[in-house]
Design a protein around this ligand. Structure first.
Ligand code: PGA
Length: 248
């Protein structure tokens, strides 16, 4: 399976900075030639159109960090899948733990968002992850299974769905699970996916949470880890590119 390296820029970068970073990523991917991994950048909504121009004709994919599950209508402040598709997005992150925790997003809402994304021909990146309390109470696999069953879109396959396992306590903290903990969760996700669909073997399962240039090689070589969702380290070109090359 071709690994996916996804940059989640969160609410960072002014437009000029975002354009410069996207241009640098795009240029390196092109110069590198026939790379054996996919690269995705997910800027804040307001920069998507500008980054789409910067990346025109580039193999670097463009994604959004969130979406509203509805069609057009009276939803002040929201952006829907059709708008994202028209602005050049091919991926949308849904159910990130920051959305779940800070915007009360549920599994059910995450599923509706994923289904909307898929209905417009894009790929949904569905995020899952346990809190520190859940890990300490040995409820990690239970939590992951519950989130997965509640958030999975009804029709999925390796083209329209990516799962990102991101332990809440590892995001932005500098902490990561050990390799066997990562392997355990990814293998659980893989076997659950296979229960829900005959077409699940190609669904990429990313790890996210404090991936950096020093730990990426070991984390990204764990079985069933098919790439990474990178937050903080994706804001620095050299760090992000080092992480990308570590899958080779
Ligand atoms: P981090 O964020 O790499 O800064 O920990 C990852 C994420 O939240 O997607």
């Amino acid at each position: 399976m071709k690994p996916l390296l996804a940059a989640n820029w969160k609410m960072n970068l002014l437009r000029s900075e975002a354009e410069a970073l996207a241009a640098e990523v795009g240029q390196h991917v092109v110069e590198y030639g026939d790379i054996n991994f996919d690269v995705l950048v997910c800027p804040p909504f307001i920069h998507i159109a500008a980054i789409n121009e910067i990346l025109a004709g580039s193999p670097v994919a463009l994604g959004a960090q969130n979406v509203n599950q509805n069609g057009f209508g009276a939803h002040t402040g929201e952006v829907n899948s059709e708008m994202l598709k028209q602005s050049g997005c091919s991926y949308v992150i849904v159910g990130h733990s920051e959305r779940r925790a800070n915007h009360s997003e549920t599994d059910e809402l995450t599923r509706l968002k994923a289904e909307s994304v898929i209905s417009f021909g894009m790929t949904a990146i569905v995020c899952l992850g346990e809190t520190l309390a859940e890990r300490e109470e040995k409820k990690t696999l239970q939590c992951i299974s519950k989130q997965l069953s509640g958030s999975l879109p009804s029709q999925f396959n390796g083209q329209n769905l990516v799962i990102a396992y991101e332990p809440v306590w590892a995001i932005g903290s500098g902490l990561t699970p050990n390799l066997s903990q990562i392997e355990e969760v990814h293998s659980e996700i893989r076997s659950q996916l296979n229960k829900y669909s005959n077409d699940a073997n190609d669904v990429r399962i990313l790890y996210g949470g404090s991936v950096n240039p020093a730990n990426s090689k070991t984390i990204l070589s764990v079985k069933n880890v098919d790439g990474g969702l990178i937050g903080g380290a994706s804001l620095n070109f050299n760090d992000f590119w080092t992480i990308c090359l570590s899958v080779l």
